[in-house]
Design a protein around this ligand. Sequence first.
Ligand code: CMP
Ligand code: CA
Ligand code: CA
Length: 411
Amino acid sequence: MLTNGNRQSVAPGQVIFAEGEAGDCAYLIESGIVEISTSRASGSIVLARLHAGDLFGEMALIDHGVRSATARALEATTLAVIRRDQVLRKMDAADPLIKLFLRVLLRRLRETSSRVDASLVSGAMMESEQTRDDTGFRRLREQAMGILEREQRLEEALWMGEFKVFFQPMVELATGRAAGFEALLRWHQPDGTVLEAEDFIGLAGDIGLMGELTRLVLERACAAIMPLQERVGRRAFMSLNLSARQLGEPEVIEEVLAALQTSGVTADHLLVEVTEGVLIDDPVRVGAALRRLKVHGVSAGVDDFGTGYSSLSCLQRFPIDVLKLDRSFVAALADGGGSPKIVRAIARLSQELGLVTVAEGIERVEELALIRELGYDLGQGFLFAPALPLDEAMAIVGTPFFDPASTAFVG
Ligand code: CMP
Ligand code: CA
Ligand code: CA
C-alpha cells in the first residue's frame, strides 16, 4: 500500500483494513473497486462493491468503534484518506441533535448486524442499547434532548400566546412628562418565570421563529403608539430593539413598513434601538439596514452606550439620532463612583452632534437629580415605571412623573 499524504494506492487483492481492527480514517475512492465483506458463522458475506466516488470506513471514524467489515481492493485502487480530526472538528461544531442522530444511527446499524448474526448462530439475546450507554453518549443525548425541549417549548409558547410586549416610558427630564416608550418583548412562562428577549431570541433564530417574533413586536408596538400618545397629550415616539440577526434579515425593512402601514402610524414615530456591540460587530450590514430605515423616516438609537469600545466619532458613521447611556453609568454615579465628568462629556458631545440623550436605569431620586444636572434629555427606569402592559402604561402616563420646578418626585 503506497501512502502519499492524503492519498493511498492499493494493489489488486490487498486488504485496506480488516474487520475488528481499530480505525481512525475513512476513505473516498478516486479510482478502482473496493469490496466490503464480513465474516459470519456461515462464512464470508460480501456486503458491497464500491466504486469511484464511494465513501467507506466512516463508521469507526465517527464512533471510535472497530471496523465493522473488511475492505479489500479488487483492482488497482486510489483512495483519498480522510483523517478523524478533519471530520471531528466539523462534527463538534454541529448541532447536538444532529450528532445524536448520527450516533444512534451508527449504533443501530452495528447492533442490527450483530443481532442478525447472533440469531443465526444461537438465537442469543444481545445486550440492550441502554446498558451499553457510555457517559459521552449519555451526555450528548441529554444535551440534545435539552435543546429539543427548549425549542419545542418556544414553538408552543408562540401558539399559547406566552410572548407579551410591554411598554416602558421614557421621560423628558425638563418637564417630567412621558416623551416616548420602549417596547420590550417578554416571555411569560406558565410557571411564572419571565424571560427577556435576549434570553431566547437567539434560539428563536435557530429554529426559524425570529421573523414571527419580530412581526409580533412590530405589530404590538405600532398599534400602541397612537393610544399612548393620546393619553400623554402630545407627540410621543415608540422605540423597539432589533438584534444584528433581525436587522440582517432582508425582509425586516418591509416588515417595519408593513407594520406602520397597517397601524396607520407615520415612520417618524418609530425609533429602532441597536446595542453598541451590534454596531461594532457587524457595522456593514447593520449600517446598511439603519440607512434604509432612515430613508423611510425611521430613526435609530444606540443602546447600552459605553459598554462596548466604540466612540462618539465612530457613531458618526451610522445614521444615529438617539444615544442611550448604559445603566451602569447611572448606578455608579449615585454610589459616588463613576465619573460625572465622563457622563457629562458624553451628554455635551452628543448634543453637539445633534443626538437626543437618554439615561437608562434610573432607580433612585438622587440618580434623577444627578442625571438632570448633567444635561440628559430623557430618562428611563424603575423610578418612573417598569415595562408595563399597554393598559397599565396608559393609566400612568397622563400626568408628569415629577415636578420639574421643585425636582420633587411625584411618581
Ligand atoms: P467501518 O466500520 O469504519 O469499516 C468497515 C466499513 O465498511 C464501514 O465503516 C462502512 O464504510 C462499510 N460498510 C459496513 N457495512 C456496510 C454495508 N452493509 N454496505 C456497504 N458498506 C458497508
Ligand atoms: Ca433597549
Ligand atoms: Ca439598554
